[in-house]
Ligand binder design. Sequence first.
Ligand code: SAM
Length: 215
Amino acid sequence: MRLKNIPGAHDTLIAHPQFVVMDPAVYKGKWKELFQNNQPIHIEIGMGRGQFIHTLAKQNPHINYIGIEKMSSVLYEALLKVKNESLPNLYLIRMNVENITDIFAKGEVKRIYANFSDPWPKNRQAKRRLTHHKNLRRYEEILPFEGEFFFKTDNRILFEFSLNELLNEEWKVRNVTFDLHHSTFSEENVLTEYEVKFSSKGYPIYSLEANMIKE
Ligand SMILES: C[S@@+](CC[C@H](N)C(=O)[O-])C[C@H]1O[C@@H](n2cnc3c(N)ncnc32)[C@H](O)[C@@H]1O
C-alpha cells in the first residue's frame, strides 16, 4: 500500500463517528451496544482501502463488520470509499494488530480475515507477520472456541509460514488451496483490492481457513 501524508486526514476521521470508531477500547465487551443488535462480528485486519470488507458488509446485512487498519492515511481512503453509502453493520478502526486484545473481549469476534498482509520477508521481521504465533495467540484471546481465521495471500513463502504457524499452534486448518481462483472455493470468493492486482498479473492466490480449537 503506497503511503502518503494526507493533510487533514486525522480531522476527517474524527468528523465521521458513524463510520470510524476513534476510541475502540471503550467498546471492549460492548460492541453489540454500538451495533445495537446481537449479530455475529467479523473483522478484517489490515483492510487497506476497505474494498473487501465494504463488499461483505453490503452482501451480508445480518453480520456486523469491523475493518482494522494501522495507517491513518489508508484508513482515510477507506472512509472515502464507505462514506457515500452508510451501512449500519460496518465500522472502521485505526489500530495496530498488537493492540487487538485491548478492544475485543474473549469470544466477541466470530471470524477474522487477513488478506494479502505484508510478508515481512526478513527473519528479524517475522514477528510483524499477521500470522506469526504471537499474533495467533492474540486472536485466540478474542475468538470463541471454533472461531474462524480466513487468510489469503499471493506470497507462497508467507502462506507456507502461516500454515506451519497455525498447525504448530494447534489450529484446525481446512479448505487449503494453492490456487484459489481455479478451485471449488472461487465461487464464493470476494476479491480484495490487492487480489485483483496480483491475479490480473497471473499470480496464483493461496488461501486457507482455520478454526481456533483451544478451550
Ligand atoms: C498489502 S495491504 C493489503 C490490503 C487489503 N487487505 C487488500 O487485500 O487489498 C496490507 C495492509 O495492512 C496494513 N497493516 C499492516 N500491518 C498491520 C498491523 N500490524 N495492524 C493493522 N494493519 C496493518 C497495512 O497498512 C496495509 O494497508
